[in-house]
Design a protein around this ligand. Structure first.
Ligand SMILES: Cc1cc2nc3c(=O)[nH]c(=O)nc-3n(C[C@H](O)[C@H](O)[C@H](O)COP(=O)(O)OP(=O)(O)OC[C@H]3O[C@@H](n4cnc5c(N)ncnc54)[C@H](O)[C@@H]3O)c2cc1C
Length: 317
């Protein structure tokens, strides 16, 4: 059953980050009617500068979104609902190709509203849970980061930390060692580096520190040391943390869609999920490099395939 009073769009996009907005631009240019629903809490909100986006290296995340929104505003078939969260998505069997009904709630609107769509693109990114270290958030995005490809250049050749409690820490450490000869891995008491891995890391000059972290020290976001539970301090100038990542997909409870062991949406190389008409792009889709330009590229690709699927043509995608 469909809600006949609900507005109908060709493409409903959840999330107004680079993945969602890039898809919106390309869908608009293909003459699709598009609604973007965005809660407005981008993953990189903690950082002052974004790197690695060709032509925009070093831009503030806010400015990048503003530029994208200004470009999209030129297309009359796109509507963006700001500060609005999708609360549910269900599959429906409606007329004229309508397959989905979503409810959403905005800060200013009263009760929940609904919209029907022929296709849905999920681009809601990831939620991050940082290791439980009291002052960590005050340094995150200033001298502590999570993405080496994004931020290691600015920290190169300095004493760095990698703080994490997950089994991929040794692999991440070897990557970060590209940028410094002075790297300490802090496991904060978690048993995530075995002795063989520790020996391998030591052979590359990487120290593994297994004691619990009491807190971080520094001033106005500029970190100077990691203080351990026994009071000793290890001097660092910056570094990386490994948050735990969960895709922000609570609204999907009613739909049986393929996910990987960590809850990311499984997609084919064009962004199709296991549910016809449902696509995903950016950090919400199965892991790859978590970068702005990758998310934007995935959004553009999913938009192209979504149009092909609406028209019913099969291509090489
Ligand atoms: C500290 C930090 C620094 C980073 N620096 C860089 C960098 O320098 N360069 C780089 O390339 N990458 C960087 N990244 C990674 C980059 O931010 C992500 O890869 C990118 O934002 C992914 O884009 P996205 O569109 O998938 O998700 P996001 O940009 O996170 O956008 C998702 C949007 O969906 C919204 N949303 C979530 N749930 C709902 C819902 N239920 N309803 C409606 N909207 C919803 C969110 O509020 C958000 O606005 C950094 C990340 C962090 C954490």
């Amino acid at each position: 059953m469909t809600d006949k009073s609900a507005e109908v769009v060709d493409a409903l996009i959840f999330g107004g980050g680079p993945a969602g907005l890039s898809a919106a631009l390309n869908l608009a240019r293909a003459r699709a009617t598009v609604m973007v629903i965005d809660a407005g809490r981008p993953r990189n909100a903690a950082t002052l500068r974004s790197h690695g986006f060709l032509t925009r290296d070093g831009i503030s995340p806010l400015e990048l979104r503003k530029l994208a929104r200004a470009e999209i505003a030129e297309y009359p078939t796109v509507r963006v609902l700001d500060r609005t969260s999708v609360t549910t998505l269900s599959e429906v069997y409606g007329e004229d190709g309508v397959r989905f009904l979503a409810t959403f709630r905005g800060r200013r609107s009263g009760g929940p509203s609904t919209v029907s769509a022929r296709s849905v693109l999920i681009a809601t990114g990831l939620r991050e849970t940082l290791p439980a270290i009291p002052s960590l958030r005050g340094f995150y995005g200033i001298t502590l980061f999570s993405c080496a490809a994004c931020d290691a250049w600015e920290l190169q050749d300095r004493p760095l930390a990698l703080i994490g409690e997950t089994p991929d820490i040794p692999v991440r450490a070897r990557l970060i060692a590209r940028w410094t000869d002075d790297l300490t891995v802090f496991t904060n008491g978690a048993n995530v580096v075995d002795t063989a891995e520790e020996s391998e890391l030591a052979a590359s000059g990487i120290v593994v520190e297994r004691r619990r972290i009491d807190d971080l020290e520094g001033d106005r976001g500029v970190i100077s040391a990691v203080r351990l539970s026994d009071g000793s301090r290890i001097r660092i100038d910056g570094g990386f943390i490994r948050p735990r990542w969960d895709p922000a997909l609570d609204f999907l409870d009613g739909i049986a869609v393929g996910r990987d062991s960590e809850g990311h949406l499984l997609v084919d190389r064009s962004g199709r999920t296991s549910v016809p008409g449902l696509y995903a792009a950016g950090d919400a889709a199965a892991p790859g490099p978590q970068q702005l330009i990758v998310a934007a590229g995935q959004g553009a690709r999913a938009a192209a395939v979504l149009i092909h699927d609406i028209v019913g043509v099969r291509t090489a995608h």
